[in-house]
Design a binder for this molecule. Sequence first.
Ligand code: SF4
Length: 345
Amino acid sequence: MKKTSTPVVPSRETPGSEPLLVVDDLHVEFVTRQGLVKAVNGVSYSLNAGETLAVLGESGSGKSVTAQAIMGILDSPPARIPKGEIRFRGTNLLDLSEEARTQVRGRRIAMIFQDALSALNPVFTVGAQIGEMFRVHRGASKRDAQKKAIELMDRVRIPAAKQRVHDYPHQFSGGMRQRIMIAMSIALDPEVLIADEPTTALDVTVQAQIMELLGELRRESNMGLILITHDLGVVADVADKIAVMYGGRIVENALVHDIYRRPAHPYAKGLLDSIPRVDQKGQELYAIKGMPPNLLDMPTGCAFHPRCPYRQDNCVVDAPPLYEIGPTRGSACHYWREVLDGSHG
Ligand code: SF4
């Protein structure tokens, strides 16, 4: 990808009606010994300030690779981006010099990873680790950095922050460690926060608390939030819209209440049907049959066809485009009408 020779940091204003962040026809591939892995194949989505987008899919669907491309943390080689744009406030991040990219990464677009224990350094207190953000990026003194760390720990609702700022990561529960990671990620007031499976390692009650916290922080600071998850159940109350990914593509995008009410892609429907429900106690839980596709040997036609209860003969040869089925909605299924109607499958 061609880079400009001088740093051009995106402005703080978004030009015209352009959303805060736009991923436009992004392709990411990996050159491996086994062959070319096309991990992301023409993904497009957008995010406005104050909005939450949930990106949903199984492992290997391309959701995390897309996020890593936004952050600019893909190792190249083996990764390469042959096509597409990632526009942040109207500037294509893929055109930036590495120096300009560094100005954006962590400061204006930040990311939370799923494994808080391995992301935190066990030999430093959490206060030192949070405060480090202010010392390195803002030149704060040790005392000021600690004050800021306490403020942030308060903001992410860690009880007794003043005392606990001197504790080490192992002295916190999994949920509290994730709060510390969130504190570090919002330290520099990012405009976009990407949370990659932020609740996977946590129990259900703590998951809900972390989701609630992310929603509150997003509202308080009007940042755009991208929630990456494999679990439709955890995003229902926080997301505004959803992009469902399968085999490196978006197979359905919709406003959150539309997809929950009536999904328009068999894969999205399968994910919804697999959420445990209190009114179906004792019944066997639905599971989507089969395995995610092998990215080195993708199925012909529609990538979901080997697992799809709605499959017709043409699905094996004709890859569906992302049909526009409404002003805020798309489905990559030839038979989206039947899925919406729930007429078979
Ligand atoms: Fe299923 Fe065919 Fe739709 Fe693919 S295009 S999801 S195989 S019905």
